[in-house]
Design a protein around this ligand. Structure first.
Ligand code: ATP
Length: 271
């Protein structure tokens, strides 16, 4: 594990945070969920965020995506400072510049795959760029399933529809929160391969929270959070190097004589 790469003044990043602090509550019960995070996410990069339960992964993603307010610091996404935006501005930013993939696929059961994919654009009354739609559908490998409803698709196929829905508006960044949390290993592989493909071939920026070292190994870079701080990164990760980094975090926080048990608990504790 090495120190987290931060670009000078965030140049070249599609989304950045500096000095990001998030405190929930106040007084004695206040929780400092993020404690001064500097981070940059680049286009053409799939970044995984890992760390123990309660380390601040979801909070970081929510603050970067304008889903939660920040206590201090700056967050810039697609050139806009979202820490200063009002609710209307945040709604527009999420609609126009961000894509989301959640653990639950959140597809509309009565709509076909194609209709689910274009739903955000249809709601926003924005035209569908047919060339881009075809590119995304081809990349996701669902060309022959477009007229199917979610109940006629496997879990992996449903999540690939959700990924295509996140990409169809050409967002600056896709945020994926445990995108493979509900999938078996084969379906996880399908979804992760697609997310990686969307980054390598379509130039997308994807940020993914995961507890799974194998899922993280699909990323270009894995960031590790502990107690609200970014404590290191692994570039071009493998399952093994991610496990080693988790052991390092576990070893620093617990009995150093039992780092492997600590890592196993971090990795397996959620299953
Ligand atoms: N709405 C909230 N109100 C109060 N405290 C919160 C709230 N949301 C999160 N927290 C606290 O902030 C800290 C970070 O939580 P967060 O959900 O970001 O962690 P996480 O790393 O995503 O955890 P997990 O892996 O369990 O999902 C935790 O101590 C949590 O209890």
């Amino acid at each position: 594990m090495r120190p987290v790469t931060v670009y000078p003044r965030g140049e070249g990043a599609i989304a950045s945070a500096r000095g990001l602090v998030k405190v929930y509550g106040s007084g004695e019960t206040a929780v400092r969920a993020l404690d001064g995070v500097d981070v940059d996410f680049a286009a053409g990069e799939l970044t995984a965020i890992m760390g123990p339960s309660g380390s601040g992964k979801s909070t970081l993603m929510h603050c970067m995506a304008g889903l939660d307010t920040v206590t201090d610091g700056t967050v810039v996404v697609g050139g806009e400072d979202i820490a200063r935006m009002n609710q209307r501005g945040l709604t527009k930013l999420r609609r126009d510049k961000l894509g989301f993939v959640f653990q639950a696929f959140n597809l509309i059961p009565t709509l076909t795959a194609a209709e689910n994919i274009t739903l955000p654009l249809d709601i926003a009354r924005r035209p569908v760029d047919r060339d881009w739609f075809d590119t995304v559908v081809e990349a996701v490998g669902l060309g022959d399933r477009l007229s199917h409803r979610p109940s006629e698709l496997s879990g992996g196929q449903q999540q690939r529809v959700a990924c295509a829905r996140a990409l169809v508006s050409r967002p600056a960044v896709v945020f994926a929160d445990e995108p493979t949390g509900n999938l078996d290993s084969r379906s996880s592989g399908e979804v992760l391969s697609f997310l990686r493909h969307s980054v390598d071939v379509l130039g997308q920026a994807v940020v993914m929270v995961t507890h799974d070292p194998t899922a993280a190994s699909f990323a270009h870079r894995v960031l590790f959070l502990a107690d609200g701080r970014l404590v290191g990164e692994v570039v071009n990760p493998t399952t093994e190097s991610v496990l080693d980094a988790l052991r390092e975090i576990g070893a620093g926080r617990r009995d150093a004589s039992a780092p492997v048990a600590a890592a196993d608990e971090l990795v397996g504790g959620r299953r």
